[in-house]
Design a protein around this ligand. Structure first.
Ligand code: TPP
Ligand code: MG
Length: 578
């Protein structure tokens, strides 16, 4: 290595690959004579596009600038965010809507800020591709203390290994393409994040040998599948009150329609869970509501727990899904199928793929059954009229919100009572619901709302966020303002961490009061409204819905100890189960 007055001259990489160049085939006399490989960076972009990814969130830095330039020259759109954590939340939400999402950051300072969001995507099964630059392989010789480095060159990769299903460094042109394919396939199969690190001197390297892309498939063992389906059919045929719990993996594996068709054909009522809310049309006559132990509406809880055949499809058995373990589900009569596990009563089946099992079940012939009447279906929308000058309460606020949801809205919830209360909202047909209902990391919602309209500008996010969570990442409204999106943000301003106040009160639950509704002045766009009373609420929501040119932020004052009916049910259920 030569050292000059101005710094270090980086030696040329020593790889045998060819530098630069796009994928090309040379056609002579109508025949393809040579197919040149794309570079590693180009191949990664092509494969991301093949997975349906059209937008990448993130912030550049010198270790990833070459790849950023390549992204900019490609059909991909790069969406800059205020920080990398927000980029991670946004890319996670994009993945939930799109099937797969991507975030691209620089080495360590960017990557390590991202870890919490990727952990959430891992915990809640979201196919998020983390792309990061890093020091070039040639630069690493002599073990120099390059900026952003912390400990070994591999520190960032080692950390991400814990929160991804594959973590690779593309340091070898011979294996780079296969590693890219392997990562993307694993993200798809497991519905979990993967980590792809490109040392900056590898972006333009063209691997020397031709390569055919790799697809991984998992097949069921036919006999095991047949036996599992036979046992499930037998249990179902005898059942008088079967019920389906359609969980998160039904959404991730895009099986909502299949499950709905199965339910309709055999007249089996269904529930969703807090993580999978909106996976099935909540207006459907067979839909009962969200099941989550004691947090469910009482009639829903009773219907599910009294069932003689529980069909749990892709349900993630977390404490949140089970109403902090107030749920009473009997394994004696359940069919439990998920990406990892298949259990029918106490029989465990191996090598049966979740998708094959659900499709097999949906095709099963079963005796015709009559529906037990009446079903505890979702209550119809109630008429709502403001009580003049009455302070807004959580209960009344959510009754009102139930009436403004339409088919284009995506309800994006943050952690706190916003999440619990939203469970009682009745989504409308194509309305979608996104919330970090298991990992419950505060600050998810505003960045996630950015992703909703990046994914599809015809959707309209309705963000429901506590004041504490808003203070964590609400500045991402800046990107929403930059892109001119018409997001509606409702800040539930109860002066601090109310959910926590119910567990342990202390000054640590107080936060500095912001004038949230004045933020549009800072961002130079948007409409800010302040609400104390029911009549102000009615007017503000009408203005928010009609204001389509930019975002609207509504600062809704609530009492610091006021909680939603859902959270009341949960605290009561927990007390009773103690
Ligand atoms: C990133 C993160 N930090 C801390 C917590 C712990 N926590 C859970 S709820 C909560 C309070 C949420 O406050 P706010 O957003 O105002 O909602 P509220 O409880 O008032 O409805 C806290 C601090 C968390 N879930 N996530
Ligand atoms: Mg609060």
């Amino acid at each position: 290595m030569r050292v000059t007055r101005v710094g270090i001259i980086r030696p040329r990489p020593r790889f045998c690959g060819i530098m630069g160049g796009r994928a090309q085939s040379v056609i002579k006399n109508g025949r393809t004579l040579m197919q040149a490989n794309p570079s590693i960076g180009q191949y990664l972009i092509e494969r991301l596009q093949a997975q349906g990814i059209r937008d990448v969130f993130g912030i550049p830095g010198d270790f990833v600038l070459g790849f950023y330039q390549m992204l900019e020259q490609s059909p991909m759109r790069v969406i800059g965010t205020c920080n990398e954590l927000n980029a991670g939340y946004a890319a996670d939400a994009y993945a939930r809507l799109n099937g797969m999402g991507a975030v691209c950051v620089t080495y360590n300072v960017g990557g390590l800020s991202l870890v919490n969001a990727v952990a959430g995507a891992y915990a809640e099964k979201s196919a998020l591709v983390v792309i990061t630059g890093s020091p070039g392989m040639a630069e690493r010789r002599g073990n120099p203390l390059l900026h952003h480095r912390v400990g070994a060159f591999s520190t960032q990769r080692d950390i991400f290994e814990k929160v991804t299903v594959a973590a690779v460094v593309l340091d070898d042109p011979e294996t780079a393409f296969r590693e890219i394919d392997r990562c993307l396939e694993l993200a798809r199969l497991h519905q979990r994040p993967v980590y792809i690190e490109i040392p900056r001197d590898m972006v333009d390297v063209v691997p020397p040998h031709p390569y055919r892309s790799l697809t991984l498939t998992r097949e069921s063992e036919p006999e095991a599948l047949r036996e599992a389906l036979a046992e499930a059919r037998e249990l179902l045929a005898k059942a008088r009150r079967p019920v389906i719990l359609a969980g998160l993996e039904v959404h991730r594996c895009r099986l909502g329609d299949t499950v709905m068709a199965f339910a309709e054909r055999h007249r089996i009522p269904l529930c969703s869970t807090i993580l999978s809310k909106s996976v099935i049309d909540e207006r459907h006559p067979l839909y009962l509501g969200v099941y989550e132990g004691a947090m469910s509406r009482e009639a829903v809880q009773r219907y599910v727990e009294d069932s003689d055949c529980l069909i749990l499809l892709g349900v993630f058995m977390t404490d949140m899904e089970l109403g902090i373990y107030t749920a009473a589900l009997n394994p004696e009569n359940w069919i439990f199928a998920s990406l990892e596990d298949l259990r029918i009563r106490h029989h465990h089946f191996h090598q049966v793929q979740f998708v094959d099992f659900v499709q097999g079940l949906a095709a099963a012939e079963l005796p015709v059954r009559s529906l037990p009447e009446p079903l505890p279906s979702h209550p119809p929308r109630a008429a709502w009229a403001p009580i003049a000058a009455a302070p807004v309460t959580n209960r009344r606020l959510f009754e009102k919100l139930d009436g403004i949801l339409d088919e284009r809205m995506v309800v994006v919830c943050d952690v706190g009572d916003a999440l619990f209360a939203s469970v009682d909202l009745g989504t409308q047909g194509a309305t979608q619901f996104i919330g970090p209902a298991y990992y419950t990391s505060m600050g998810f919602a505003v960045p996630a709302a950015l992703a909703v309209q990046v994914h599809d500008q015809n959707l309209r996010p309705l963000v429901i966020v506590g004041d504490g969570a808003f203070q964590m990442t609400g500045h991402e409204l800046s990107s929403i303002a930059r892109l001119g999106f018409n997001t509606i943000v409702l800040v539930l301003n109860n002066k601090g961490y109310t959910t926590e106040r119910y567990l342990a009160e202390g000054r640590f639950n107080d936060i500095h009061p912001w004038q949230y509704h004045r933020l549009p002045e800072v961002f130079g766009s948007g409409l800010g409204l302040e609400v104390h009373t029911e009549d102000e609420l009615e007017e503000a929501l009408a203005r928010a819905v009609a204001h389509t040119g930019a975002f609207t932020l509504v600062n809704i004052h609530l009492d610091r100890m006021d909680i939603s009916p859902a959270l009341e049910r949960l605290t009561r259920g927990i007390r009773e189960s103690l």
